[in-house]
Write a protein that binds this ligand. Sequence first.
Ligand SMILES: [Zn+2]
Length: 419
Amino acid sequence: MSLRTAALTSVVTLLAFACGGSTDPAPAPTPAPTTTSPAPTAPTPEPPPAKPDDPVDPNYPSPHTPLPTLDYNGGPILESASIVTVTFPGDDKRVELEEFGDTITQTPWWDAVSEGYCGQGKCVGRGKSGGHVALAEAAAKSYTDSSQGSASSIQDFIRRLVADGTLPAPDGKNTLYAFYFPVGTSIDLDGSASCREFGAYHNSTDVTPPGGTLTRVAYAIMPRCGTNFNQLTISASHEFTEAATDPYVGHNDIAYYMRNQLWSMFGGENADLCVNSGFGGAHKEGKWVVQRSWSNKSAQASHDPCVPIPDGQAYFNVAPDKNFEQIKLAQGESMDITLKAFSDAPIGDWTIDAVEGNTFMGGSSYLSFKLDKETVHNGSKVTLTVTADKKIPQYALYVITSQKGSTRHSWPLVVTPKK
Ligand SMILES: [Zn+2]
C-alpha cells in the first residue's frame, strides 16, 4: 500500500472484501410440472432470443471510456531493485524469505508487473539480490513510522543499522531494505496499526553508511500478521513492485501514482489497484504466491489491467460514458447515465449491479439505483438511473460491478452534492 492512501485504502478495502465475498447468483428454481407427461424427447433447441435493441458488437472490445493509467509524476524508479532481506532472530521462515528476495525480481511475474514503468531515462527492469541480514538483536515490541515527517523509531533503527555497517550501504538508487518483523511486534504508521489497518507498506528515509554520504533509500516493512506464508509473500511482492515504481514515498518525489480521483480511491499505487478494485488477486509464480498488479500497458489495450492475467481469462467490464463519471445531484433528484459493456474476447453474457460504497463502511445509504438491464455483453448500452434519496455529504461513491462466474470487475463512480 501507499502511505499516502493508508486510511482511505483501508476503508475501500472493506468495500472490496464485501464485494469479493459475495457468491454467484443462485440459479432460478425450475417450476414444478403441472401435469404428468410421457418421458420427454430431446428438446428442440430454442433459437437464441432476438436482441434487436442489444446486439453483440462483433468487435472486441466494443468502444468504451478507456481504463485509467497510473500517472508518471517525474520521480525516480528503481531500475534494478536490489532486495536486502532483513530478518530477526528465530524467524522460522528466514531461509525461504531470503530465497524469495533473491529471486522474485528475476521472474516472468516481475517482468509483467514492471513493464513500461520508466522515468528519468530508466525503466524498471529485473532486480537482484542485495544480500541478507539476519539480525542478532531482537525486534522491539512496538515501533512508530511516518511518511509525513513525524517521529519514526523504525527510521531511527534503519539509520543506526546502516551507520554501524549492519545493513549494506545503499546500492545507488536500487536498494530496497525488506524487513520481516516477528509476530508480536506492532507498528504504528501515522496512526494506522499493523495487521489491523495495513498488512505491509513501503517508505523511504535518508541514511549515512560508514564513510559515505547521506543517501535516500527505500524500505518495505512486513509485519507478521499470521502463519499464512502465501499471504506474507503476497504482501512482500506487493511492496516490492510498488517500491520499484514509486520508491521515495514521503519526499515529494513521486514516480507512478494514480491521479484519477475516482480510481485512486482503490489506492494510488500499482499493486493497491489490484487489491481493492476487485480486479486482481494472487498469482502463482513458481513456488511463490505473489500479488497481481496494475499494468498501464494492459489497461491501455483494454485488457485486464491486473497482470499477470490468468491463462485464458477474458476481461470484461462496464464503463460509464466520460461525462457521467462524476455527477452532481440535489436531494430527491435523479439522473440517467449511460454505461457501455465491453469484453476483450467473446464470452457471452454477464451480470451487472450498482453498489453504494458507503453502505459497506457501516454508513447510511444516500443513493438508489435502477438499471434498465442486468445482463449484458460486449457492446451493450445500459441506462442507469441514479437517485439521491438524501442530501449527499461531500460525496457518495458507488461502483458498477460486472460478474461472470467467480470473476468480478468494477468501475468506480461518484455523486457530489449540487449546491
Ligand atoms: Zn500498496
